[in-house]
Design a protein around this ligand. Structure first.
Ligand SMILES: Cc1ncc(COP(=O)(O)O)c(C=O)c1O
Length: 388
């Protein structure tokens, strides 16, 4: 018998052409840089902590007596989220509007798969989080638009509105904005919601970094008039409770949409890991002291790193009001040294290219990490582009 080698099976276009997730692609680059002997700094976009005893005990209890959970999420976690929602948003959470997910990224995918068809689009004020791959999987377009009328990070709602057309299904953004740390004001969000309601569009606010606010105040979409009809809010336990490895988040949306997403979730994963859900419930209901210092620590890291960038001849960045990143303007660096991500990585500084956020000429730099790591970051940044 002769062996005939067949060509590998072809992949459908949406899967075959799918871009990487920016932060995951960076992990590969870091591994290559480390293999070449570069000491890449372990900078973080959220704290990597040893989890406290009450969270570990909750996970261990679930391992002792595992039980299947409802598709929409474990009852005790849902009750804890409802309580938290009442405190943070000031309104009761309707049970039919809540779905527990495998993290915020999963929630984004559920929303897009439930609302988008090939040829549709979502409009995203740029720079903004990498929503593009999750949108592309549905055959729709992630339309990043420059929504700033004066070069500041602030959004002009009229520019967002102008980018919408007959195939637009939703206006989508992160708030606080990852990567720029911009906090849209309640009035800005209200204008966007009023426009969306008038046009029958949805508004999706990914509030993964709602606890990382340093200046000004965070306005949740969920507190605005009209939220119940057209608003979607996503939250992540990865950031708020440093639970990234456990992959838990949730989405709050109009009931019919939540029902549709619950059915999609069932076909994907049946239900979210019970162990992770018990840990997440304990994180909400248990002691909060281990989390309290985090925003102040991130704020002081922001100030230190921003002070270095503000003096830098080749780099610049606005001071972020929130979130754990500087969105560096690297036009001058690129002019002098070529690919900015590689130029910074040569100094062991990991960044994600701006194109993942819908904007060229920029990179996203995280400023989380141990005090030693942040001190090393400041030293290395100061040396980037210097000729000694
Ligand atoms: C704005 C935003 N959305 C979603 C995610 C994904 O969060 P999760 O870890 O909960 O999937 C991130 C993670 O960096 C994020 O910054």
């Amino acid at each position: 018998m002769t062996n005939v080698s067949l060509p590998p099976p072809s992949l459908p276009e949406a899967a075959g052409d799918l871009d990487r997730v920016g932060s995951r692609e960076l992990e590969d680059r870091i591994a290559i840089a480390r293999a070449r002997g570069i000491d890449v700094l372990p900078l973080e976009g959220s704290p990597k902590l040893t989890l406290p005893d009450h969270i570990r005990a909750a996970a261990a209890a679930a391992l002792e007596r595992p039980a299947p959970q409802p598709s929409e999420g474990a009852a005790d976690l849902r009750a804890a989220i409802a309580e938290l929602w009442l405190q943070e948003v000031g309104r009761p959470l309707q049970a039919g509007s809540l779905l527990v997910t495998n993290g915020a990224m999963h929630a984004l995918n559920l929303v897009f798969r439930a609302i988008l068809a090939p040829g549709d689009n979502v409009v995203i004020p740029a720079p903004n989080f990498f929503f593009s791959g999750a949108v592309a999987l549905t055959g729709a377009e992630a339309r990043y638009v420059d929504a700033s009328s004066d070069g500041s990070p602030g959004w002009a709602p009229s520019l967002v509105e102008r980018a919408c057309d007959a195939r637009t299904r939703a206006i989508v953004f992160s708030n606080p904005v990852n990567p720029s740390g911009y906090l849209p004001a309640a009035e800005t969000l209200e204008e966007i919601v009023a426009f969306a309601r008038g046009r029958g569009l949805l508004v999706l606010s990914d509030e993964s970094y709602n606890r990382y606010v340093y200046d000004g105040s965070f306005a949740t979409l969920a507190a605005l008039p009209g939220f119940g009809e057209c608003g979607i809010v996503i939250r992540s336990f990865s950031k708020a409770y440093a639970l990234a490895p456990l992959r838990v988040g949730f989405v709050v949306a109009p009931d019919a949409l939540t029902r549709a997403m619950t059915h999609i979730l069932e076909w994907e994963i049946l239900y979210v890991s019970e162990v992770a859900q018990r840990a997440a419930a304990a994180a909400i209901t248990g002691p909060q002291d281990w989390l309290q210092a985090i925003p102040a620590e991130y704020r002081s890291r922001r100030d230190r790193v921003h002070a270095v960038v503000a003096q830098h001849p080749l780099l610049s960045a606005g001071k972020p009001a929130a979130a754990p990143f500087l969105f560096l303007d690297v036009e001058s660096l690129q002019h002098e040294l070529g690919d900015p991500v590689e130029a910074l990585l040569a100094h062991g500084i990991p960044t994600v290219a701006g194109r993942y956020f819908g904007v060229d000429g920029h990179v996203r730099l995280p400023f989380g990490g141990s005090p030693e790591t942040v001190a090393a970051l400041c030293n290395r940044l100061a040396r980037v582009g210097s000729r000694q």
